[in-house]
Design a binder for this molecule. Structure first.
Ligand code: ATR
Length: 290
């Protein structure tokens, strides 16, 4: 698809050994018949700046950035995309004629992964961390009617809500403590429930869900950004109740595809066959104890 040029892509972070990105991007490269490879590099904090410049000098096609460097790398960028500025971190770096441009593809990745429209919908969002920020902006841009944020640390939710409200004043955002009484009220007439917290994630609090199951009603669409395990407690419960649900795997796939699109400057077709194949490959990888 892109001639004979060999494209070298990287993931930088610490740790990186359990990342699914190398397998996923290799799959994308072979699907689109792009001559290239994608490797994960374990980088120490004092090396980060040098590594980025060195990879650029060596002609790398692009870099993905993961924890804990998504915020740090912003300082080394010559330019930041609107999304990277809004979200306050960079997960994709592009080298452009010797300069560095930082992007964030989480927002677009999330938007593409959503199988329902958020327009005029009342949303309950659990969590107020980094992922929540990108998702909240996607909801605001999608003209939802309101977002009720529930977070363990109220002050964090308040500052996120205030910041987004100043940028998107037409979006109604309220903040609530994580307790059953408030959840009961807010969930009663919500149509979307999304978990952006790490509660339910492998080796975090695998068996816990923040919403008592009797509050999950038949009109709810349930989204959990967790993909390992593929069925965290909230998704298991939604499935058992016959609700429509999505886990975090599609967001992972779409944010990766958005990165590749940016690096190649090509409008790659996101065909269903590629999405299905990616889900299968990543599912197998996760089932094998990745
Ligand atoms: P990410 O970048 O993945 O969003 P993060 O910024 O550390 O990660 O945010 C993690 C989210 O999970 C936060 O909303 C966090 O709540 P706090 O702001 O109170 O820390 C939430 N979270 C993590 N562990 C939690 C727990 N045991 N109970 C409730 N919420 C939890």
């Amino acid at each position: 698809m892109t001639g004979n040029h060999f494209h070298k892509f990287y993931l930088i972070g610490n740790p990186v050994e359990h990342s699914l990105s190398p397998v996923m991007h290799q799959l994308f490269l072979s699907y689109y018949k792009i001559n290239g490879d994608y490797n994960a590099l374990l980088v120490q904090p004092d090396e980060i700046e040098n590594v980025i410049y060195k990879l650029g000098a060596e002609g790398a096609g692009g870099i993905n950035v993961t924890v804990p460097y998504k915020e740090t790398v912003m300082h080394f960028m010559d330019e930041l995309s609107e999304e990277a500025q809004l979200i306050g971190c960079v997960n994709t770096i592009k080298f452009e004629n010797g300069s560095l441009k930082g992007f964030n593809t989480d927002l677009m990745g999330f938007q593409r992964s959503l199988p329902v429209s958020v327009e005029h919908q009342k949303i309950v969002m659990l969590g107020a961390g980094g992922v929540a920020r990108a998702i909240l902006i996607a909801f605001a841009r999608g003209n939802c009617s309101s977002v009720s944020i529930f977070n363990r640390t109220i002050s964090r939710a308040e500052s996120l809500a205030n910041e987004i409200k100043t940028r998107y004043p037409e979006t109604k955002i309220t903040v609530h403590p994580l307790d059953e009484t408030h959840l009961t009220v807010e969930l009663a007439n919500a149509s979307i429930l999304i978990n952006t917290t790490s509660v339910g994630m492998k080796s975090v609090e695998e068996n816990r869900m923040l919403v008592p199951s009797p509050l999950l009603h038949q009109n709810l669409f349930v989204y959990d950004v967790i993909y390992n395990p593929q069925e965290p407690p909230l998704i298991k419960q939604a499935k058992a109740l016959g609700l429509k649900y999505v886990n975090g795997l599609d967001m992972l796939i779409y944010q990766g595809l958005e990165s590749l699109k940016i690096w190649l400057d090509q409008d790659l077709p996101f065909e269903d066959s590629l999405i299905h194949k990616s889900r299968d490959v990543l599912t197998t990888k996760l089932q094998n104890g990745h």
